[in-house]
Design a protein around this ligand. Structure first.
Ligand code: AP5
Ligand code: MG
Length: 221
């Protein structure tokens, strides 16, 4: 991993991918590329594409592969991604994982991290999650913003994500088992998978991730 890390972060919905990728992208000095965040930005911009995406997302369905692949390919072509990247929420299907190999080359991914969190705990985390409607910062009922549900970072309104309803959460977790869990084997077959325990405080989980990433960097020379 000498040229800058190229990482994929896997894990169930609510495993803490977004929370940890924000920190890890600073640590590694590579962009945090979240397909979910990109889609939410399109929804917010009110584009025709955003309206279409919202219909899928609010129901907890996946956006069709060809659409997501176009978005990711464009993003990876931006200059900052030549330094490396941290992919959060992509790939999510085998079709996407194979297409990623084609985009960057099969040997270009350095590491796939799987944040392991039991389903009961992700259900708890998702139902208590609150997000800033302006900048997307993450909060929860347990760790709310300091003042009146306004974002500590930008002052935006902190709300519940539209896809954090009971039925959408159920659908997202079913789709994870069906479409995304097979990627664990996809990456372990390539000797790229590291499973990291995602239970504990965000600081504890971050420490584990840094340890795994540093080990991979040292062994890659
Ligand atoms: P996306 O935005 O990626 O959502 P997701 O996959 O459902 O995952 P989440 O963001 O819910 O979970 P997370 O692991 O990031 O957890 P977080 O850090 O927030 O995708 C949304 C939708 O977009 C999809 O459903 C689909 O429609 C579409 N989409 C996106 N990518 C796609 C793709 N590639 N193909 C097709 N469609 C795509 O943490 C959760 C909560 O837990 C927070 O409140 C947080 O504060 C808290 N928390 C985190 N860590 C801890 C901890 N250690 N202890 C206690 N609480 C914690
Ligand atoms: Mg997320």
């Amino acid at each position: 991993m000498t040229r800058g890390a190229r990482l994929v972060v896997l894990g169930k919905q609510g495993a803490g991918k977004g929370t940890q990728c924000v920190r890890l992208s600073h640590y590694l000095a590579v962009p945090h590329i979240s397909t979910g965040d990109m889609l939410r930005a399109a929804v917010k911009a009110g584009t025709e594409f955003g309206q279409l995406a919202k219909a899928y997302m609010d129901r907890g369905e996946l956006i069709p592969d060809d659409v997501i692949l176009g978005i990711v390919e464009d993003r990876l072509a931006e200059p900052d991604a030549t330094r490396g990247f941290l992919l959060d929420g992509f790939p999510r299907t085998t079709v996407q994982a194979k297409a990623l190999d084609e985009m960057v080359g099969p040997k270009a991914i350095d590491l796939a991290l799987d944040l392991e969190v039991p389903t009961e705990l992700v259900l708890q985390r998702l139902s208590s999650r609150r997000v800033c409607s302006t900048c997307g910062a993450n909060y929860s009922l347990e760790v709310p913003p300091k003042l009146n549900w306004t974002c500590d970072l930008c002052g935006g309104e902190v709300v519940q994500r539209p896809d954090d309803t009971e039925s959408a959460i159920r659908r997202r977790l079913d789709l994870y088992e069906e479409s995304t869990a097979p990627l664990l084997e996809f990456y372990s077959d390539r000797n790229l998978l590291s499973v990291v325990d995602g239970v504990g405080t965000p600081d504890e989980v971050m420490e584990r991730l840094v340890e795994v990433v540093d080990r991979a960097r040292t062994s890659a020379g």
